[in-house]
Design a binder for this molecule. Structure first.
Ligand SMILES: Nc1nc2c(c(=O)[nH]1)N[C@H]1C(S)=C(S)[C@@H](COP(=O)(O)O)O[C@H]1N2
Ligand SMILES: [Mo]
Length: 463
């Protein structure tokens, strides 16, 4: 299998579909600004910390997560099909969809892997820090209304979604299913607008699933097919990816996917937008701590507490009046340091069920669900010199030697996704197997040298 042929095939498929319309659609999207680029191709973009000062995240700061390249969708040809365990299979145009009652809601969308970059020992995957999350206004129709028109049979248990994106190489198509109960929830939508504009191409034009309170792997973009199944979908993206143990396991150990449970609800969490870690403040000035908090199925944010002394004492933050069941809540807290010192500022959110953020994370093999209490250091001094900026550092691009590694690993994506990893030999060995299964042309006689190179260049962090 030659992955160049695969990527070329995808490229020509795109080009042939309607290059002009695609370019026009992309041009109508707001350009992304100031994002952390985790992968250029397929595109994965992280929102900077400053984005946590907005109640509604502007599209130019909204994170992007794509497993493969963004597909072209021509609205005139686009159809939504509903089939499987239904009384009446349907094929809908966008006009048909828009005839159903329109519903609008504010909801956080957060990637299950948000915060993976903090997990220790490190695990493979995009090394997100805080910003694979955003809060948007979604407008669309209730999935329940669409399903009612088709009529779910008694045998229908799970709703499977597929989008127009095309897999790379031999990887499986990105498809996800959710239980009927979640699908029929009145807040589960099929959205065609985001923040008052047509759903942008990168966010799933023309239609995407909105599953409020759940991690965004279930929020399928570029939706084209809904299939009612009599059981959970058994493809790779349900049975291998997006699963975690249902109990703590030893850090660094592996667990077979069938022993793990699917990622569903988000966990209560808060992020400090400012001050940034390492900021310097003049003695006598107020320190304004500000951020957002959100939660999942267990109920909205009830309170956020802030500590300025490393967790010894806590005081409640002020909550912004703007709130909704699934949106995030802005909060603020000020204190006036009374001496020169390094202040460890922490924020801890609690949801309506009484769940609070943990102080240490239960490790899991794919690094899902990070919600540890965040800490930022604030240096209070008489006369400040400079302000440090805290941000994730991806080492600068080095020149990549021609050879088996380049040929096998740098066709579908760039080296950026590889460079951010810090993995053991065993973890790199599993990554090579995963990529080989997806069609990476790793010749058996080169496998060892590729593995050695990866371990040498991108091995575990020194302890
Ligand atoms: N069709 C399709 N839908 C998808 C994905 C994808 O790769 N293909 N990625 C999912 C994941 S893992 C995330 S985190 C969200 C990201 O949504 P966003 O790019 O609009 O922020 O889309 C989800 N929906
Ligand atoms: Mo995700």
């Amino acid at each position: 299998m030659d992955p160049m042929n695969f990527s070329r095939r995808n490229f020509f498929a795109l080009a042939a579909a309607s290059a002009t319309e695609f370019r026009a659609l992309m041009a109508q999207d707001r350009a992304k600004v100031g994002m952390n680029v985790l992968s250029t191709r397929p595109e994965d973009l992280e929102m900077p910390l400053s984005g946590f000062s907005d109640y509604i995240t502007p599209i130019e700061h909204f994170f992007v997560r794509t497993h493969v390249y963004v597909p072209t969708v021509n609205l005139n040809e686009w159809r939504l099909s509903i089939d499987g365990e239904v009384a009446t299979p349907l094929t809908l145009t966008m006009d048909d969809v828009k005839k159903l009652p329109a519903v609008e809601l504010v909801s956080v969308v957060e990637c299950a892997g948000n915060g993976r970059g903090f997990i220790d020992p490190p695990v493979p995957g995009l090394q997100w820090t805080n910003g694979s999350v955003g809060n948007a206004i979604w407008r669309g129709v209730r999935l329940a209304d669409v399903l009612k028109r088709a009529g779910i049979k008694d045998s229908g248990k799970e709703i499977l979604f597929n989008g127009a994106d095309v897999p790379l190489g031999a990887m499986q198509d990105f498809r996800r299913s959710i239980p009927v109960k979640k699908a029929l929830d009145q807040n589960t939508l099929l959205a065609y607008e985001m923040n008052g504009v047509t759903l942008p191409v990168k966010h799933g034009f023309p239609l995407r699933v909105v599953a409020p309170g759940w991690a965004s792997d279930s929020w399928v973009k570029w939706l084209t097919n809904i299939t009612v199944l009599d059981k959970e979908f058994d493809g790779f993206w349900m049975k291998n990816a997006y699963r975690k143990p249902d109990h703590p396991i030893a850090p660094g150990s592996a667990m077979p996917p069938e022993k793990m449970i699917p990622v569903t609800s988000l966990r209560v969490k808060s992020v400090i937008a400012r001050p940034v870690d390492g900021a310097t403040v003049r003695l006598g000035e107020e320190v304004n701590v500000q951020g957002v908090a959100w939660s999942g199925d267990k109920g909205p944010i009830a309170s956020v507490d802030v500590s300025s002394d490393g967790g010894r004492t806590w005081k409640p933050a002020d909550l912004d009046p703007r709130k909704s069941q699934f949106g995030w809540r802005l909060w603020g807290f000020s204190f006036r340091p009374d001496r020169e010192s390094y202040y460890n500022v922490m924020a801890r959110a609690t949801d309506a069920s009484g769940d609070s953020q943990p102080f240490t994370q239960e490790w899991n093999p794919s690094g899902y669900g990070w919600n540890v209490v965040q800490r930022v250091g604030v240096n209070v001094v008489e006369s400040p010199q400079t302000t440090m900026q805290g941000s994730m550092i991806i080492p600068a691009q080095q020149s990549i030697p021609a050879g088996p590694y380049k040929d096998a690993c740098l066709t579908c994506h760039e080296e950026d996704v590889i460079r951010q990893q810090r993995l053991t030999r065993a973890q790199w060995d599993r990554e090579i197997t995963k990529m080989t299964n997806w069609g990476a042309p790793v010749k058996p006689e080169n496998r060892d040298s590729i593995l050695n190179y990866l371990v040498q260049q991108f091995g575990p962090r020194p302890r």
